[in-house]
Design a protein around this ligand. Structure first.
Ligand code: ADP
Length: 444
């Protein structure tokens, strides 16, 4: 097992990894920017290293400084957390080249899945169903127009290097293709430095259902069930639940087994998520995230498996501690992402939290670095807390969520806590009957 791990991230995920390390008995080194020197992970870690000024490009994304921090503190592994460099194949390769273990998949898998065109080809080879679309990258408008005839409208022009919902444009009719094609390309170029795009049929009312997978270096792979993440704004998830209220036992087993088999066939190492759109009883693979997900705690709640601890142990060469048969699902879990954002305008609301009081009680988990007096810096992602509830069934989980949201206090800054309280009153949430369009089209 590793002796000392460098945690190359910040916020609640840094704390999450820190907790897993402490539980296993591994020493921790946390990196931080000058803006985060007072943060809770910095105070709780065994050692900390300032890797640069506030902007993430100079600190959390500064690979030479991160590698130096690992070297001077004598770490033997690096955990990238979620976001920042977690899906950066070059970072994984550089860590390895320095004789350290990158806690994540092999760089070749990160590279393959980071390019969505390549990811779809790999998924098809592994037997996963795809959204109908172009067979690969599309290089010119003429080619796009030709392919579009076969795919049909509406269609989506998507960036091969896309992420976070950027570089994605809908063309409802043939006349809109030219504009969608050029704007997706220029957005992709600006955001990812790569203007490669491809085409996909635009599903009009799908759900987003993803499968958690995990594989070890001994050829074993299992799935840990699905998560329903259809409550989205601008392709960003806000509210997630497991299991999905839309699937039957048979469908659950079908997609889980398919994802686990694909993971094993790829020889994939570590935790990963296969994302699907689901419409009219059919699944369509859209992408694989080669890292831990923000919403991993709901899977932990229903399986009782510590995903981060498993991830670390697998990276150290251990065999998976369980087989598919050992995995069982208990009850229902829901996660609310609490962002420092205005609940109506979604404008970021960084600033000082004068009073913080988390929810508690049975079946309630809060992952956050907040405390009374904490100043939320304006430089980073607006996610400030994750509230996770677990109940014996969906109604029980919803009842616990209502209690938890009523107890939770973050003052005086506006947060999305208020939005989540309103969400709970919606009949679509009560019934579990919503698609990825619902929040923006019918609720907000
Ligand atoms: P990103 O990596 O930017 O998150 P994804 O491919 O995962 O991109 O898509 C993000 C979201 O965009 C999905 O959860 C879904 O809401 C929507 N989306 C993606 N592809 C399609 C499609 N073919 N039809 C309809 N919606 C889609």
């Amino acid at each position: 097992m590793f002796k000392k791990i460098l945690i190359a991230n910040r916020g609640d995920v840094a704390l999450r990894v820190l907790r897993a390390c402490k539980e296993i008995g591994i020493q921790t080194v946390i990196v931080h920017s000058a803006a985060d020197s007072e943060s809770m992970p910095v105070r709780l870690a065994d050692e900390s290293v300032c890797v640069g000024p506030a902007p993430a490009t100079d600190s959390y994304l500064n690979i030479p400084n991160l590698v130096s921090a690992a070297a001077v503190t004598g770490c033997d592994a690096v955990h990238p957390g979620v976001g920042f460099l977690a899906e950066n194949a070059d970072f994984a390769a550089i860590i390895k080249a320095h004789g350290l273990t990158f806690i994540g998949p092999d760089e070749s898998h990160i590279r393959k899945m980071g390019d969505k065109v390549q990811a779809k080809i790999t998924a098809a080879e592994a037997g996963l169903p795809l959204v109908p679309g172009s067979p690969g990258a599309v290089h010119s408008l003429e080619e796009a127009q030709k392919l579009a005839k076969g795919i049909g409208f509406p269609l989506l022009v998507k960036a091969a290097s896309g992420g976070g919902g950027r570089g994605m444009k809908v063309a409802n009719r043939p006349e809109e293709l030219s504009e969608a094609f050029s704007s997706a390309r220029s957005e992709a170029k600006a955001a990812f430095g790569d203007d490669t795009v491809y085409l996909e049929r635009y599903l009009d009312n799908p759900r987003h259902i993803e499968v958690q997978v995990i594989g070890d270096s001994h050829g074993n792979a299992v799935h840990l069930g699905e998560r329903e993440c259809s409550v989205q704004r601008r392709h960003q998830k806000l509210f997630e639940e497991a299991p999905s209220p839309a699937l039957s036992e048979e469908q659950r087993r079908f997609i889980g087994e398919l994802a686990a088999k694909a993971t094993a066939d790829m020889g994939y190492l570590g935790v990963g998520t296969m994302e699907f759109l689901y419409q009219d009883g059919e699944f369509f693979f859209i992408e694989m995230n080669t890292r831990l997900q923000v919403e991993h705690p709901i899977t932990e709640a229903i399986t009782g498996i510590d995903l981060v601890a498993e991830q670390i142990k697998i990276a150290a060469g251990n065999k998976l501690a369980f087989t598919q048969q050992d995995v069982s699902f208990t009850g229902h879990a829901i996660e609310c992402r609490i962002n420092a954002e205005h609940p109506e305008t979604f404008m970021p609301t960084p600033g000082k939290v004068d009073f913080y009081h988390p929810a508690g009680g049975a079946g309630v988990r809060v992952d956050t670095i907040l405390y009374s007096g904490y100043k939320i810096p304006p430089y980073y992602d607006s996610l400030i807390a994750k509230l996770i509830v677990h109940g014996r069934d969906r109604d029980h989980a919803l009842a616990r969520l209502r209690l938890a949201l009523d107890e939770f206090v973050i003052e005086p800054i506006p947060t999305t806590l208020a939005l989540h309280k309103k969400l709970l009153d919606a009949p679509e949430i009560k019934e579990g009957n919503y698609s990825i369009k619902w929040l923006e089209q019918d609720f907000l």
